[in-house]
Design a protein. Sequence first.
Length: 198
Amino acid sequence: MRVAMFWMFVSYFIGSLPTGYLVARIFRGVDIRTVGSGSIGATNVRRLMGLGWAVFVTLVDMFKGALALLLTVDSASSDPWLLSLSALAVVLGHNYPVWLRFRGGKGVATTYGTMFFIWPYNSFAIVLMSGALWYAVMTSTRYVSLASMVSLLALPAFFWMLDAPLPFILLALSLALLALFRHRANVSRLLEGRESPV
């Protein structure tokens, strides 16, 4: 139990690095939470700073998820339950960073960063399939939020189809539901026809 608590603590603080907030504050002198959707994620960074910075924020946020998971595996254990708790903690850190009074991003990139490494090599294929689904939905609808939600909701189905360990299926489902909750304002705007396309 103490090992699990330690790695959840470490993972939370890795995830809590507010990449989008820091980029906007350092390079534009702007609090990203006062712009657009108020999120610190890459989509909102794109609105303020353009595609290049959005890609940078996405990659760093993915790396946070990957780093937390790889450190847990290397230093602690490859136990599926421990890995799943570490992965959940890093996404919660991104979504609810203590440094920003628990007002963070929506966790999409960080989720993908963790899920990519959670179950090599099967998870590589699963994340690539989910990423392809994201791209298909985004290019056909022009809604990043819809693409993110659909692709993340597909993750637990893909893990189940490949007969993944139960902790990984439950993790994928939990992160998908968390992302859906974090996108609740986007869901309302989509239903009302007010969501901004790319």
